[in-house]
Ligand binder design. Structure first.
Ligand code: NAD
Length: 252
């Protein structure tokens, strides 16, 4: 997943408060991309009864190198306790706070075709802090359809609904040719975060963050590694590319 990033984040210490506004650290993008991996691993460890976890244990569970993990968590002011490790519950709270998951954010989904149906029908978002609250499509034959208790509405209703329902994040699952117009409607309605599945670059104002998901790009990157491994094996002596393989989260 890649990001078109605009604007900036405050550079205060973790948990530092300025007046009524809660500030947070300005983190490297790569760290932000790994925090959800740590969170998922911590929830699994907590669910299995662990109260504490070493940096090595957490790095193995998250599939991230332990030096990188320690550096990432130090940005949050979390260093663990020597000989004990990290407190699982505390670290979950810290990461959820920094990711803003202590507030439930309303999400709308635009485009209820193959992909949109799969996303709307997935019930795993809620447990990770997100609720799809509204569905929109331009096709009259899809308007009125019920998916997971939500009724698909016409795209013309998006602007008003986004304001009234306080939608924070818009997900675009329309064909590329329609995505910019949908993004414009979202932006006009005050939505400042967009997750774009359409294979195109969106033009948005500076205060809007866009994340792009493109599985074809991920496959192309894996294809590069396949190509590279094959070319190394073909070398005299048949060197192998990597000993343990590399794991990189989609989006990092
Ligand atoms: N990121 C990925 O890895 C990935 C994977 C699969 C598909 N895609 C992309 O996701 C998008 C959707 O794919 P799909 O297979 O579901 O397509 P689809 O044709 O099945 O569905 C597209 C939906 O968008 C609706 N739509 C079209 N114009 C609209 C508009 N202006 N406003 C609202 N709705 C509109 C259509 O009525 C349709 O229901 C495409 O851009 C596709 O390339 C991305």
């Amino acid at each position: 997943m890649s990001q078109q990033r605009h604007g900036s984040t405050p550079g205060n210490a973790p948990g530092e408060r300025t007046g009524a506004v809660t500030a947070f650290p300005d983190l490297p993008e790569a760290t932000i991309a790994r925090l959800p991996e740590y969170l998922r691993a911590l929830h699994n460890l907590g669910g299995a009864g662990a109260d504490t976890v070493s940096s090595e244990g957490l790095s193995a569970a998250a599939g991230v190198n332990s030096a990188k993990l320690r550096k990432d968590l130090s940005h949050l002011g979390s260093y663990g306790t020597r000989g004990v490790g990290y407190d699982v519950t505390l670290l979950i709270e810290q990461i959820e706070y920094v990711l803003g998951l202590d507030q439930r954010r309303a999400v709308c989904l635009v485009g209820l075709g193959n992909l949109g149906h799969a996303l709307a029908g997935y019930d795993g978002f809620a447990s990770r802090g997100f609720k799809i609250v509204a569905l929109f499509d331009a096709d009259a034959s899809k308007v009125g359809e019920e998916i997971q208790g939500l009724t698909v509405r016409h795209i013309e209703e998006l602007g008003r609904a986004a304001v009234e329902e306080n939608i924070a994040i818009g997900v675009i699952a329309t064909p590329a040719g329609a995505a910019q117009a949908v993004a414009d409607v979202l932006v006009d309605a005050g939505v400042t975060s967009i997750l774009n599945f359409a294979p195109c670059v969106l033009s948005v104002p500076a205060n809007v963050d866009v994340r792009k998901v493109d599985l074809a790009i991920e496959l192309q990157i894996l294809s590069f590694h396949e190509h590279r491994k094959a070319s190394l094996t073909a070398l005299p002596g048949g060197r192998s590319a990597t000993a343990a393989g590399n794991q990189e989260a989609v989006g990092s």
